[in-house]
Design a protein around this ligand. Sequence first.
Ligand code: FES
Length: 156
Amino acid sequence: RCPKGTAEMEHDTLVYVGKEDDIKKSQRITTKVNGREVVVFYHEGKFYAMDARCYHAGGPLHLGDIEDINGQSCIICPWHQYKITLETGEGLYQAINPLEPSPTPRWLSKGVKQRIHKVTVDNGNIYVSPPDLSVSFDSDYYADKYKSNGDFAVGK
Ligand code: FES
């Protein structure tokens, strides 16, 4: 028995993104989920989806590079180089504790800033679940702001 009995409902509302093989080849694809711009990445064998507009100032994350930071895959926003983990949407920053004998920069988390979307792979097709808007994230502001603009410059 599925918890909360929502599985069936979810299945009805999943948003089709594209073919698994195509996205594996292109490594990323942009789509609209309930009107918001979402980017789906295929990186090192896994699919990830997040709001495409950076939580900082709305930068186009679908045009950013992916880097490994402390074992976490992060998208680097092309506008001001904010680092966001693909898995959790956490904003990472580097901090130094000046009280340490030999201060070394460390990566710390600002918490989850970017809304992550659930990806479902089914029968060679990729779907994204609609967002649970009862929880809010900083990136919602820009997701809403760009919602009215029907065009999405599909980036690679
Ligand atoms: Fe992404 Fe500023 S808009 S880092």
